[in-house]
Design a protein around this ligand. Structure first.
Ligand SMILES: Nc1ncnc2c1ncn2[C@@H]1O[C@H](COP(=O)(O)OP(=O)(O)OP(=O)(O)O)[C@@H](O)[C@H]1O
Length: 574
């Protein structure tokens, strides 16, 4: 957890001020009972009214000073803690941004969300407690010293009670500590079910699985509640036990104090002050218990945050990464093999081909044959296990990630749009594109007509994820977004599947003139989409089963023939 406190560095002046103010406040609190005992022993017992008024005035001043210290410290602390939380969230978000898909797969989206929100809130809460961190031990040690100063004999009772209390707290904490970690994992579980439920709501309703989902949520919720109840029960038992031990201590102090006053070994005012110190000690132990209750949970959260911060993704810019700034790009896969982490079989194996500028390279194959994997590798979402991918002869890892991705216009298999207007979405990868450029891209992608028919045209607001559009419309906007970038490399990952045959054909015809000089990689399920490609790569179970034009493959590649015969009539395929 201390590692995370490095994020408090920018607030060191505030932190020093808070510590100083809290020390002053504690000292003032410790001084008050002594003033009270003086008022009683000197003023009240001797009937000296002016002494009472003067020392009463001192007490008021000291109490007000203590209050002012607390107020300023609380203000500074609130500012520091919220700033700390904001900085930590910002850093964690930026760090997660750098992850490759491998790290996302490993940690899970839900857990990353919990870690960025709930876990940070736990640690932030601990920073808010800093006030108690300083106040509690000072009051405890100061209280014992002052009480001993008032009456060393009576202080023996206090000194005997404190270790008993400390032992009880330690025992309870030992049982509760491991449960705090489990608690955060259970929150991950709830987030996971919730996320799946909210994103898959349509499918859940269509399949009448609402009840099943409810049960799943109930189970996750119940799991969390069980652990939370257990933790709270353990923690709740702490207060009554502490109170009991302490009250017994007070009874003992009153009893023994009474005897000492009886024997003229102690004054009444000193006993009153002693009891106040005992109260302060008890209060500081309460505060310390609260801190101890927070620390395990916050440290479990801190471990989870540090876990994320400690992950170093291996997909980053090499120290002297070169920038790719050619206008045309030749892509080459050289004996590329890649397995997803934990997978038994490589997803793609010994893949070699070249995609030249001005040409269309199509990739076709059955489901799970590795088509999207090749695209993931080309976009450097993952690094290859063996072999290499080169752009204009330069290996992908030697090039700056930004410059490589700047060259690419990627249209994913499942269209992803963002909340905002149509223009915002089209401009996503082309900040400087003019409205005319965007309209042109939309027209090429066969999206112009439906966008213009929308209530506010290009200024129409899209719902989160583009849910107010049809699948085909989303797909076309996603294509227009890639076109607006005017990239050197186009990557269409099965991007025409949501389009009807007519729109598919019109779009491809419009694309041809736009992308004449570009390197086109088209992954497709439909043979009709890629029949005209200069090169077709046929994938089968992660390996290349054939390479060539449509007519060449029709003669040489059995897998291709099977795909074609399952889709086209003989006349079309000839
Ligand atoms: N993130 C992942 N983690 C582990 N295995 C994966 C992952 N993504 C894909 N795979 C596996 O890798 C293999 C190739 O998947 P890929 O998505 O490349 O196939 P595809 O040809 O694009 O399929 P489709 O046409 O159905 O989209 C499959 O066996 C799949 O189960």
């Amino acid at each position: 957890m201390f590692k995370l406190f490095r994020f408090l560095k920018p607030y060191r002046v505030s932190v020093i001020a808070i510590i100083t103010l809290m020390l002053l406040q504690s000292l003032a609190q410790l001084y008050l009972p002594t003033l009270l005992s003086d008022i009683v022993d000197v003023g009240v017992v001797k009937g000296d009214v002016s002494y009472i008024l003067m020392y009463g005035g001192y007490m008021l001043l000291v109490a007000m000073g203590a209050m002012a210290c607390v107020m300023v410290a609380s203000y500074l602390l609130a500012k520091t803690a919220t700033g700390f939380g904001r900085d930590l969230r910002r850093n964690l978000f930026a760090h997660v941004e750098s992850f490759s898909l491998h790290e996302f797969d490993k940690l899970g989206t839900s857990s990353l969300i919990t870690r960025t929100t709930n876990d940070i809130a736990q640690v932030q809460q601990l920073v808010v407690m800093t006030r108690m961190f300083i106040g509690a031990p000072t009051m405890l040690i100061g209280g014992v010293i002052m009480a001993s100063y008032k009456d060393a004999h009576l202080a023996i009772i206090l000194i005997a009670v404190i270790p008993i209390l400390a032992l009880v707290i330690a025992g309870i904490m030992r049982t509760g500590l491991p449960l705090f970690k489990t608690l955060q994992v259970k929150i991950d579980g709830i987030n996971l079910v919730l996320r799946e439920h909210l994103t898959g709501i349509r499918v859940i309703r269509a399949f009448n699985r609402s009840e099943h989902e409810k049960t799943k949520f109930e189970r996750a919720n119940q799991d969390f509640t069980q652990v939370a109840t257990k933790v709270n029960t353990i923690m709740a038992s702490m207060m009554p036990v502490m109170m009991l031990i302490f009250n017994l201590g007070i009874v003992a102090i009153l009893w023994y104090g009474g005897i000492r006053i009886d024997h003229n070994q102690m004054q009444i005012g000193d006993l009153m002050a002693f009891i106040q110190y005992a109260m302060q000690i008890m209060f500081s132990m309460f505060m310390m218990t609260m801190i101890f209750m927070m620390i395990p949970r916050a440290s479990a959260s801190a471990v989870r945050i540090n876990e994320v911060l400690a992950i170093q993704t291996n997909i980053h810019n090499a120290p002297h990464a070169e920038k790719l700034h050619d206008n045309q790009t030749t892509i080459a896969f050289n004996h590329v093999t890649f397995s997803y982490p934990g997978a038994e079989q490589p997803a793609v194996q010994d893949i070699t081909f070249e995609a030249a500028p001005g040409e269309v390279t199509a990739i076709i194959g059955g489901t799970g044959s590795g088509k999207t994997t090749l695209i993931n590798l080309l976009l450097r979402f993952y690094d290859v296990d063996s072999g290499s991918i080169t752009l204009n002869g330069l290996p992908l890892p030697s090039l700056s990630l930004e410059s490589v991705r700047n060259q690419m216009g990627y249209v994913p298999q499942k269209a992803v749009l963002f909340s905002g207007t149509v223009t915002d979405n089209l401009r996503f990868g082309a900040d400087v594109a003019s409205p005319e450029d965007l309209a042109h891209a939309a027209a090429t992608a066969q999206a112009a007509q439906f966008v213009e028919e929308m209530k506010d045209g290009y200024a129409s607001v899209l719902a989160q994820g583009g849910t107010n559009l049809s699948g085909g419309q989303k797909q076309r906007l996603s294509i227009a977004r890639a076109l607006a970038r005017k990239p050197n490399i186009y990557i269409f990952d099965d991007s025409f599947s949501a389009l009807d045959f007519k729109t598919d054909a019109k779009l491809r015809a419009a694309l041809k003139s736009e992308t004449e000089r570009a390197t086109m990689i088209i992954v497709a399920q439909r043979v009709s989409t890629i029949m005209d490609a200069q090169q077709i790569i046929v994938l089968d179970e992660g390996r290349i089963a054939g390479k060539g034009t449509h007519s060449e493959l029709m003669k040489t590649c059995e897998v291709y023939q099977e795909i074609v015969s399952s889709q086209l009539s003989e006349e079309e395929s000839a």
